[in-house]
Ligand binder design. Structure first.
Ligand code: B12
Length: 213
């Protein structure tokens, strides 16, 4: 089984986007665990890609091709994660904050939340704070999920929370945050209700935030 995972990991690292579909389908046919394909195959690959980028061993075009490859792989897994529950567990708005276009992690969190029975409204990337506040007012979700992957966009999370407070919208929703440079301490400091390290934890966090409402 680890042979499948190694091949998937290698394909994402080297951006073999034409091959990823066959590899992921092969792993699924051989009954590989979907969570393992994602975590030990694709997410582990992106970690290596990030490290190589940080050391200037690769550059943005290569990082982008790896991202495209991972997205293609996730598209195959997505339908298999869909929950068959009829009753919604709650409504969640998700987006990346202003200035941040990293959406793989957000999309993965969305897939897992949908699989767990939540209604998720994906507002995409680089979301302006004003527009986001309007959407919160209009949709009145149970939870707002904010993602930031850059240290330079982390302060936007605070901006969003402060804007929602100013508009009197903060107390009616729960706010969860995530992204590689964030942690629990940061979430507490900016006034979010919770932080999750990965998509599986995000599902548990969303459940507990709904229970606490
Ligand atoms: C792929 C990638 C890109 C792609 C993004 C493509 C896309 N559509 O997403 C491209 C090439 C576009 C890109 C661009 C840039 N990138 Co980039 N990128 C990455 C890389 C390699 C992987 C990110 C990723 O997809 N990880 C895999 C996913 C699954 O993990 P994740 O995002 O962390 O998400 C998980 C958790 O964090 C959590 N989570 C995420 N969001 C949320 C939200 C909630 C609510 C919850 C509860 C949980 C949660 O759950 C997710 C699933 O388990 C990272 C390195 C890394 N390892 O993080 C660098 C990285 C983030 N990028 C970096 C940089 C510098 C940039 C650029 C500034 C480069 C440049 N000079 O232009 C630009 C900025 C673009 C912008 N304005 O946003 C740096 C950031 C450094 C820093 N200090 O901020 C990193 C860390 C690379 C590095 N080591 O230097 N990048």
């Amino acid at each position: 089984m680890s042979e499948h995972l190694d091949k998937i990991k290698e394909a994402v690292i080297s951006g073999k986007h034409a091959e990823i579909e066959v590899l992921v389908k092969g792993a699924i046919e051989d009954k590989a665990d979907l969570g393992q394909i994602i975590t030990d195959g694709m997410v582990a690959a992106m970690d290596i890609v990030g490290q190589r980028f940080a050391k200037s061993e690769i550059f943005i075009p290569e990082m982008l091709v790896s991202a495209v490859t991972m997205k293609k792989g996730l598209e195959i897994i997505k339908p298999l994660l869909k929950g068959d529950e009829i009753e919604s567990k709650g409504t969640i708005i998700m987006c990346t904050v202003k200035g941040d276009i990293h959406d793989i992690g957000k999309n993965l969190v969305i897939m897992m939340l949908q699989g767990a029975g939540f209604d998720v409204i994906d507002l995409g990337v680089d979301m302006s704070t004003e527009e986001l506040a309007q959407k919160v007012e209009e949709i009145r979700p149970d939870i707002l999920g904010l993602s930031a992957l850059l240290t330079t966009t982390m302060p936007e999370i605070k901006n969003v929370i402060e804007t929602l407070k100013d508009k009197g919208l903060r107390n009616s929703i729960k706010i969860m945050v995530g992204g590689a440079p964030l942690n629990v301490a940061f979430a507490g400091k900016v006034g979010a209700d919770g932080y999750a390290e990965d998509a599986a934890e995000a599902v548990m966090l969303a459940r507990s935030l709904i229970e606490a409402k």
